[in-house]
Design a binder for this molecule. Structure first.
Ligand SMILES: *[C@@H]1O[C@H](CO)[C@@H](O)[C@H](O)[C@H]1NC(C)=O
Ligand SMILES: *[C@@H]1O[C@H](CO)[C@@H](O)[C@H](O)[C@H]1NC(C)=O
Ligand SMILES: *[C@@H]1O[C@H](CO)[C@@H](O)[C@H](O)[C@H]1NC(C)=O
Ligand SMILES: *[C@@H]1O[C@H](CO)[C@@H](O)[C@H](O)[C@H]1NC(C)=O
Length: 360
């Protein structure tokens, strides 16, 4: 019995030793990755079962479990929103300015995932050669702003801001240095987003990263959660019919850049926390109530658009990010401080890293 345990322990030791070395050195294909995940899971199970017999295994087990978390893409994706804020008044003066900083939580599983705020050069590498599309309302525009703010130099940002914030219009920019194209598509309603998805399909031209989100306009002008839900279900079926992508794109992924073009990376930007008393018109305060907000959330969940309910889109939970930043991070109870969208951006970038099996 003990002999068997030691052999298994040695096997576990080998896996623990070689897997991280391997992962550091190789760009693993999906199959290799799955193999390693499986191997680690078996090792973990062995470790856990041997712990009572073999005290030093308990050290192993904890090492292994942190690697498993690191390697387990789904569980890391589910931890991406574990962000803590530090919002406090500037001590130098008595103004109403607040310093806002954020970081990922220090809890063990989050640390094990190794999330990081990407430096401009890393973000540029990751997005090199990619076509990024953001479709939606002002929330999508603010995420586009955060992305361009990260990869462009400050002088260029001045003119970008002017064009990007032209009311209710689309915006296109090609960042030649990194071969990245970005489009912001003004799409205040879900139907507008569905039309866009259908046009990608018709033209057989798909972005590498597609972030979508809408709801605020519908809340204000239709105020009907079941109608919103019906729109989301239509969107879901047009997104699903977009996948998997036609064979012309080939199997080999991107020509340049790191984000795979095999299948677009799809995100849904959720509705932010609405602070009713701060909304800037009487009509908004009357219609955009907490009750309606909850009904819109329920409609989103039931539409099965999101991955957590078996759908194709990864949720950017702007609600929880804005809620955690808090009332000091908004002036109109709806649009939040740039820091909130910066977090959303870094969540997207880390999700892209995880999905394209890379570590920096
Ligand atoms: C207050 O101080 C901070 C730095 O401590 C500065 O960024 C901010 O502009 C100041 N606000 C005013 C109104 O002077
Ligand atoms: C982007 O990729 C191209 C081709 O691989 C390369 O020549 C260029 O240096 C890259 N640019 C950046 C900023 O990484
Ligand atoms: C978005 O959809 C609405 C309602 O279906 C339509 O009236 C509007 O023209 C569309 N807007 C854009 C920018 O396509
Ligand atoms: C809400 O939308 C649904 C579906 O579009 C419609 O059948 C229903 O009559 C609408 N409800 C109200 C109160 O307008």
């Amino acid at each position: 019995m003990m002999f068997g345990a030691i052999q298994l322990g040695l096997m576990a030791a080998c896996v623990v030793l070689f897997v991280p070395m391997g992962m550091a050195g190789w760009h693993l294909s999906r199959n290799k990755m799955l193999f390693f995940s499986g191997a680690l899971f078996i090792t973990l199970a062995v470790g856990v079962h041997l712990t009572p017999y073999f005290p030093s295994i308990s050290d192993f087990a904890s090492t292994v479990s942190s690697i498993v978390v690191f390697d387990n893409r789904d569980s890391c994706v589910s931890l991406l929103h574990e962000v803590v804020w530090d919002v406090k008044p500037h001590s130098a003066n008595n103004s109403l300015d607040y310093g806002k900083s954020w970081r990922w939580s220090g809890s063990r599983p989050v640390v094990a995932c190794g999330f990081q705020k990407l430096a401009p050069s890393d973000a540029s590498d990751l997005l090199n050669g990619s076509w990024v599309v953001l479709a939606g309302d002002s929330q999508a525009r603010l995420i586009a702003l955060a992305l361009l703010d990260l990869v462009l130099d400050p002088e260029r940002m001045e003119s970008v801001k002017v064009d990007l914030f032209k009311r209710h219009s689309n915006y296109h920019i090609a960042v030649d240095e990194i071969g990245m194209k970005l489009d912001f598509i003004w799409a205040p309603y879900v139907t507008n987003i569905t039309d866009l998805v259908i046009s990608f399909k018709r033209n057989r031209n798909y972005p590498d990263v597609l972030m979508m989100g809408s709801g605020l306009w519908h809340m204000l002008h239709f105020t009907n959660a079941s109608d919103y839900g019906a729109g989301l279900r239509l969107l879901r079926s047009s997104v699903v019919s977009l996948l998997p992508i036609s064979p012309e794109l080939g199997e080999e992924g991107p020509v340049t850049g790191s984000v795979s073009v095999r299948s677009p990376h799809l995100f849904w930007m959720g509705i932010p926390t609405l602070i009713n008393s701060m909304l800037n018109t009487e009509e908004k305060r009357e219609k955009m109530t907490d009750t309606l907000r909850v009904a819109y959330d329920t409609a989103l969940r039931r539409s099965k658009l999101l991955r957590q309910s078996g759908g194709p889109l990864l949720l950017l939970d702007i609600q929880s990010l804005s809620w955690n930043c808090g009332v000091r991070c908004t002036e109109d109870g709806m649009h939040y401080d740039g820091a909130v969208y910066e977090v959303a951006l870094h969540i997207i970038l880390n999700a892209l890293l995880i999905e394209s099996h890379q570590k920096l």
